[in-house]
Ligand binder design. Structure first.
Ligand code: 13P
Length: 258
C-alpha cells in the first residue's frame, strides 16, 4: 500500500558551519517548492545556525529541528540551550537521545526521559532515537536494548494532545563517521531494519495506548539505499546524517523516495 507520508529528516550534526548551513537552507528553500505533498522534510542544524536556517526556510514546507535540548527552561547551565529556547528560535522538532549524545556525551536513559518531557512541554515534536551498539548486537541484545530505551523514555509520558510520535531507529554500528561511508563498512540490511521497525511499533503501541508511532531509519542511508529502506511497509522515513549535508546527495535521496 502506498504510504500517505514519507519523512525525510536531515541531521546536519556538526558538519556545517553557519555560512554552509545558510547556503544549504537557501538551496533547499528553492528545491522544496516542487516537493510532492506526501514528503515531509525537516533539517536539524546546529543550535547556532537555527535562526538563520529558520529564516531561510520560513516560506517553505521544510521544518527545522534541534539536534539536542536541555531539559530546564532557563538558568545557570553553561553551554546548554533549552527546548523552549529552540521553540522561540522557530524550531518545530527536536532529536532526543541521539546515539552520539548517548555514547559520546554519556547521556543516560533518565536524561533522555527528562528531555522528552521538556520537548513536549515546549510544544516541539520529539524524534526519539533508539538503537543498539555493535557489542549489544553481537550479544544478541538488540531487542532488549531498544525495549529498555523505549520503556524508559515513554513510561507514563504525557504526550499532551499529540497523537503521533516519531521514533528513529539508528543502529549505532551502522552510523557513518563523517567520511560518507561508515568506518566499519557495515550497513543494516533493509530486512533487518524492517523487522526492528515492526518491533519498535509494537512496543510503542503497548506502552502508549492510542498512539500511532512513525518510525524512521537512520544509519548510513545513501541515495542508492534510500529507496530500498523506504519500500519496506514499516519504514516511514529516513533520518540521514552525512549524505544530507550535500545538496546533490540529498536531492538524490529525495528523488529516490518518491
Ligand atoms: P549517517 O547517515 O551519517 O550514518 O548518520 C545517521 C544518523 O546518525 C542520523 O541521525
Amino acid at each position: 500500500m502506498a504510504k500517505t507520508n514519507i519523512y525525510l529528516f536531515a541531521n546536519w550534526k556538526m558538519y556545517l558551519d553557519l555560512a554552509e548551513s545558510e547556503k544549504l537552507a537557501k538551496e533547499l528553500a528553492k528545491f522544496s517548492k516542487k516537493l510532492p505533498k506526501k514528503i515531509k522534510m525537516a533539517v536539524f542544524p546546529t543550535a547556532l545556525s537555527t535562526i538563520v536556517v529558520v529564516k531561510n526556510l520560513k516560506n517553505s514546507v521544510v521544518g527545522v529541528g534541534a539536534q539536542n535540548v536541555y531539559f530546564e527552561d532557563k538558568g545557570g547551565f553553561t553551554g546548554e540551550v533549552s527546548a523552549l529556547m529552540h521553540k522561540y528560535a522557530g524550531a518545530k522538532y527536536a532529536l532526543v537521545g541521539h546515539s552520539e549524545r548517548r555514547h559520546l556525551f554519556h547521556e543516560t536513559n533518565h536524561e533522555v526521559k527528562m528531555k522528552m518531557e521538556a520537548v513536549l512541554n515546549a510544544g516541539l515534536m520529539p524524534v526519539l532515537c533508539v538503537g543498539e551498539t555493535a557489542k549489544e548486537r553481537e550479544d544478541r541484545k538488540t531487542e532488549e536494548t531498544i525495549e529498555i530505551q523505549l520503556r524508559s523514555a515513554l513510561h507514563e509520558l504525557n504526550l499532551n494532545k499529540t497523537k503521533k510520535l516519531i521514533i528513529a531507529y539508528e543502529p549505532v554500528w551502522a552510523i557513518s563517521k563523517g567520511t560518507g561511508v561508515n568506518d566499519a563498512g557495515k550497513h543494516c540490511d533493509s530486512a533487518e531494519a524492517e523487522r526492528l521497525h515492526q518491533f519498535i511499533k509494537n512496543t510503542v503501541r503497548q506502552l502508549l495506548k492510542g498512539i500511532e508511532p512513525i518510525v524512521l531509519f537512520g544509519g548510513s542511508v545513501r541515495p542508492n539505499t534510500a529507496k530500498e529502506y523506504l519500500q519496506k511497509p514499516n519504514i516511514d522515513g529516513v533520518l540521514v546524517g552525512a549524505a544530507s549535508t550535500h545538496l546533490d546527495s540529498w536531492k538524490d535521496i529525495v528523488h529516490n523516495a518518491r
